[in-house]
Structure formats: structure tokens, C-alpha cells
Design a binder for this molecule. Structure first.
Ligand SMILES: Nc1ncnc2c1ncn2[C@@H]1O[C@H](COP(=O)(O)OP(=O)(O)OP(=O)(O)O)[C@@H](O)[C@H]1O
Length: 310
């Protein structure tokens, strides 16, 4: 039997006056899955995440969270934690006091809620006794994540959690989210950072103007038969250029490469395979071959272009 879903949304709509923010959204998120939401500005990501957190109520549709239909009340559903539009913090309190205050609000005993553990998990131990008012965006994001972790959520909802994170902060956050998912917590996060989504998520949903245009495993997106631009570095750029020009289905992009040693070719994977075989036969070594943008980014860009045309 399939694992129960952490989120099951069907036909969700939400408008703000004349603006249709969500226009019939279907979404399935399995337990223990890290699911990415991606889409151009104004696509509806924050609105959808807000519904999951009980910050707003859908106009129509069915939304089940952790197996139960969502109550039509403005309250975080049981087992759900996270934030949209940045975490809500008390600026005049220290990181530790912020977490203690949140624990107290929930009726928890600050001495036993694991505040030190969550601060360590997000990498804020050294600044635990500094006021949040002096925190950078990345530090505030990590403190917001620590606050969510304190509740031991079964569904974590995060709006652009990577905003402002330096590489060390990113590493902490990725490690925390991966561990949570391994322990069965589901995570839904939005991001404009394709590299983050690719590093973290097993599935993504692409939204555009309030509609789902793709939802599924990243591998499915990668396998879609679409031409991509590839960087090709070889031991003999001139010979490689000639072979590329002679191979059916390979388009050379002279404007794409800034380095004379590198060719940029646009091709389907099948044509690329043929070119690699020809290079090898001709004794030309392939030193680098990689998509210029990832399949997720390519799908995202294609979508954005489509949207502009419409
Ligand atoms: N409280 C609100 N009042 C009026 N319009 C709103 C409100 N919240 C969102 N919208 C509108 O709904 C649409 C979706 O907005 P939303 O913030 O969900 O998009 P997003 O995908 O999160 O965008 P971004 O990537 O810029 O954060 C936009 O047109 C936005 O202007």
C-alpha cells in the first residue's frame, strides 16, 4: 500500500479581489518527501504555502493535511510548522529567548524542549545569546527554522528558506531538512534557487499564474525529451567543432561560449550520444560535458518564456 499523503489538495482556488492567486491546484506530497515549489514571481507559491499553514483559507477545493481535512479556521493544523514571508521573531530578545518564548506560548517547558539542540542543528549555538535584531537575513531564517523544529512537526512548510544563507548556513539547513525527511517528516519549500531544489527535493511542482504546470519527480522532468544547451570541452576544439557541425541534430551556439576551448551545443540526448561516439572514434578526448542549465532550470525558463508570450 502507498504511504499516506502528508498533503492532498484538489481544485484549490484562492483570489484576492480580482486577482486569482490559485486557480484549481492539485498537489500530492508523500510522507517523508521534500517537495519543492517553483514558479515565476506572483505564481502563487506563498499563497499556497500560507493555506498549508492555516494563515488563510481557500475559496474552494479540498485540502487534506496529514490525513485530515483542513478545518476552515485560521490556525496552523496540528503537526504543521513553518513560515511564509520570513519567520516571525521578537527582535529585542536573544535567539535562545525567542525560542523559549515560543515554547512558553505553546505551554512547553523551555528547560526541556531541546532549545540548545535545535540551535546547534541550525548552526546558531555561537550566537544563541545575541539579540535577533542584530541578525542577518540568513541568521533569521535559521532561527525561524529552529523555532519550527521545536514543535517536532510532521509537515514543515518553508517559504524561500534559502534566502540570505551563506554556504555554511545552507549546509546546516540542507542537513536538517534531509534528516527530517529521513525520519518521516514531509517538507514543502519554495525557492527561486534551482540548485537548492535539485540538491534537496525528490519531487517538484512548477506553478505559473496560479496553475500547476508540472508536478512529479525531478527525474521525470530531466527525462522529458527536450533539447538542452551543453558545454563541451575536448582535447581538440577545432576537430570537435567540425564533428559537431557534421552530426545531425546538433546545433552549434557560437554566442553561448565565452571560452574558445569550449563549444556550446544544443541537442537532444540521442544526438549528443552520437556526437560523443564520433569524438571518441576520432581520438578526441571529452574533458567536460554538462548542461549549461539544469533540466529544472530549462523547464522553468521555457515556462517563463511561454508566459511572456501569452
Ligand atoms: N494579500 C494579498 N492581497 C492581494 N493580492 C495578493 C495577496 N497575496 C498575494 N496576492 C497576489 O496573488 C498572486 C500570487 O502571489 P504569491 O505571493 O502567492 O506569489 P509567489 O509565487 O509567492 O511570488 P514570489 O515568487 O514573488 O514570492 C500575485 O498576483 C499577488 O500579487
Amino acid at each position: 500500500m502507498d504511504a499516506p499523503l502528508a498533503i492532498r489538495a484538489r481544485g484549490i482556488t484562492k483570489s484576492f479581489g480580482e486577482v486569482v492567486a490559485l486557480d484549481g491546484i492539485d498537489l500530492d506530497v508523500a510522507q517523508g518527501q521534500i517537495h519543492g515549489l517553483v514558479g515565476p514571481n506572483g505564481a502563487g507559491k506563498t499563497t499556497l504555502l500560507g493555506l498549508l499553514l492555516g494563515l488563510a483559507v481557500a475559496d474552494s477545493g479540498r485540502l487534506e493535511i496529514l490525513g485530515a481535512p483542513l478545518a476552515r479556521a485560521l490556525a496552523a493544523p496540528d503537526g504543521v510548522a513553518g513560515f511564509v514571508d520570513g519567520p516571525g521573531l521578537y527582535p529585542s530578545l536573544t535567539a535562545r529567548q525567542n525560542l523559549a518564548a515560543l515554547a512558553a506560548l505553546r505551554g512547553q517547558d523551555a528547560r526541556t524542549t531541546g532549545i540548545d539542540d535545535v540551535l546547534a542543528e541550525v548552526g546558531l549555538t555561537d550566537v544563541a545569546d545575541d539579540r535577533a535584531s542584530g541578525f542577518s537575513l540568513g541568521m533569521r531564517q535559521r532561527l525561524g527554522l529552529a523555532a519550527a523544529l521545536l514543535t517536532k512537526p510532521r509537515l514543515l512548510v518553508l517559504d524561500e528558506p534559502s534566502n540570505g544563507l551563506d554556504p555554511a548556513g545552507k549546509k546546516h539547513v540542507h542537513r536538517v531538512l534531509t534528516r527530517l525527511a529521513a525520519d518521516g517528516t514531509s517538507v514543502v519549500l519554495s525557492s527561486h534557487r534551482m540548485d537548492d531544489l535539485e540538491a534537496l527535493c525528490s519531487e517538484v511542482t512548477i506553478l505559473a499564474t496560479g496553475r500547476v504546470v508540472f508536478s512529479g519527480p525531478l527525474s521525470k522532468l530531466a527525462a522529458e525529451d527536450r533539447e538542452l544547451d551543453y558545454r563541451l570541452r575536448t582535447s581538440d576544439p577545432q576537430a570537435a567543432r567540425q564533428l559537431a557541425a557534421d552530426t545531425a541534430g546538433i546545433h552549434l551556439d557560437d554566442a553561448g561560449a565565452r571560452d574558445a576551448e569550449v563549444l556550446v551545443v544544443r541537442a537532444l540526448v540521442s544526438a549528443l550520444d552520437e556526437l560523443v561516439a564520433r569524438l571518441v572514434n576520432a581520438g578526441v578526448a571529452v574533458r567536460e560535458l554538462a548542461p549549461v542549465v539544469s533540466p529544472l532550470e530549462a523547464a522553468f525558463l521555457a515556462l517563463s518564456e511561454q508566459q511572456e508570450e501569452n
